[in-house]
Ligand binder design. Sequence first.
Ligand SMILES: [Zn+2]
Length: 116
Amino acid sequence: MDFLSRLFGSSGAKSKSKAGYVRREGRHAVWIYVQCSRCGEKIPVRLRTTSELQRREGPDAQLGPGQFFVRKTVVGKKCYQRIEATVDFDGKYDVVDSKMVNGKLITYEEYKKDEH
Ligand SMILES: [Zn+2]
């Protein structure tokens, strides 16, 4: 059952939202968490919803599933690898899709798991 729902869930258009990837900071910012594929560093990334999240409209609306998206280069403290992040959000700033080069999106749970 799990396998099937996962299989069909990934191609379904509705409620593809990935819970747990976003933490809200008031109404004006959200945090996402990125892991560097080179050194494994977990990097918190603050996004201002008012200026950094862009609304998809016009021709852009066809390019991704989200109502908002952000494109950002993230660099950690442990190495100089540049992580190119593109993340799509729905109208409630939940993550609906993400593409990362040199890294991956992790949940807040994963982010704080190894914190000391
Ligand atoms: Zn790194």
